[in-house]
Design a protein around this ligand. Structure first.
Ligand SMILES: NC(=O)c1ccc[n+]([C@@H]2O[C@H](COP(=O)([O-])OP(=O)(O)OC[C@H]3O[C@@H](n4cnc5c(N)ncnc54)[C@H](OP(=O)(O)O)[C@@H]3O)[C@@H](O)[C@H]2O)c1
Length: 250
């Protein structure tokens, strides 16, 4: 598939701020988008906005990623409608308050389900179909939080780490079929997920992250830190020895 031709793009968690910024970029290129998200009204609003911005076609469907039956039905319907998918973008996620959920297994389980297990289940569905079509990109938003288990955020971090490790293996499996698997690791992004946080120098807008993701897809990168300055930051953080790391207030 040439870069200039109209592409079929599937976005899961399509009402996320980063997903919306990505969808707008694809709309401007005249692509066809298939949007899956929980909030039907927000999807409809986004659909109208994307059509005005130049999208060829917009399809929408409601999906809670933790609903196994709906997940499978929605994804089947997306393949039937689109025929082939050039890029699948997995953008859903929740950021729990670590202190509030600490040692509450039901809540921890729910967070792991949303941030990791649902993603793995979706990848299980997508991978054989991408392999069959022998082209395309599966791009998943993980996080820098998955690079190390910080005491302030380790449930979310553990889930994202699971996603990144899974993608690492899947990338090798799908390589012979020519399918690109991208692991996206944003740092701090100013979105509804982080509305409560004080913002500073290390923060980025979702539009900037979307541009980085777009470029990483076209360059067939394996792992992209977004923005790129997070790569050296995380390298340093990964190098901190455990005896010291456990004492840090990170
Ligand atoms: N913001 C950051 O600093 C940051 C940093 C690193 C990684 N990330 C990751 O970036 C991705 C996008 O997040 P964002 O920053 O754009 O935040 P966001 O705007 O809050 O988007 C998160 C989206 O996930 C959706 N979602 C949550 N649970 C879901 C479920 N069970 N089923 C379907 N959708 C569900 C939410 O749907 P509703 O709209 O229905 O609530 C929301 O649209 C996430 O994977 C997040 O973990 C974010």
């Amino acid at each position: 598939m040439s870069e200039s031709s109209v592409q079929n793009i599937l976005i899961i968690g399509a009402n996320s701020a980063i997903a919306k910024a990505l969808a707008r970029r694809h709309a401007r290129k005249g692509d066809t988008l298939y949007l899956l998200a929980r909030d039907g009204d927000a999807l409809e609003q986004q659909k109208q906005d994307l059509l005005l911005r130049g999208a060829a076609e917009i399809h929408t469907d409601r999906l809670d990623v933790n609903d196994a039956v709906a997940r499978s039905e929605c994804l089947d319907k997306a393949w039937q409608t689109l025929g082939h998918i050039d890029t699948a973008l997995l953008c859903h996620g929740t950021l729990p308050d670590q202190q509030a959920i600490a040692h509450d297994w039901e809540q921890i389980h729910r967070e792991i389900e949303t941030n990791a297990l649902s993603t793995l289940a979706i990848l299980c569905h997508l991978a054989p179909r991408f392999r069959e079509q022998s082209q395309g990109c599966i791009a998943v938003i993980s996080s820098v939080a998955g690079d190390r288990g910080r005491k302030s955020n380790y449930v979310y971090g553990a889930a994202k780490s699971m996603v990144s490790r899974y993608l690492e293996g899947l990338r090798g499996e799908l390589l012979p079929a020519g399918v690109h698997v991208l692991d996206i690791r944003p740092g701090f992004v100013d979105t509804p997920m982080t509305a409560e946080f004080d913002k500073g120098l290390l923060w980025s807008k979702p539009q900037r992250i979307a541009a980085i993701i777009d470029r990483a897809i076209s360059r067939r990168r394996d792992v992209v830190y977004a923005p790129g300055f997070w790569r050296p930051i995380m390298l340093i953080i990964r190098c901190i020895p455990e005896f010291l790391f456990k004492r840090l207030n990170l």
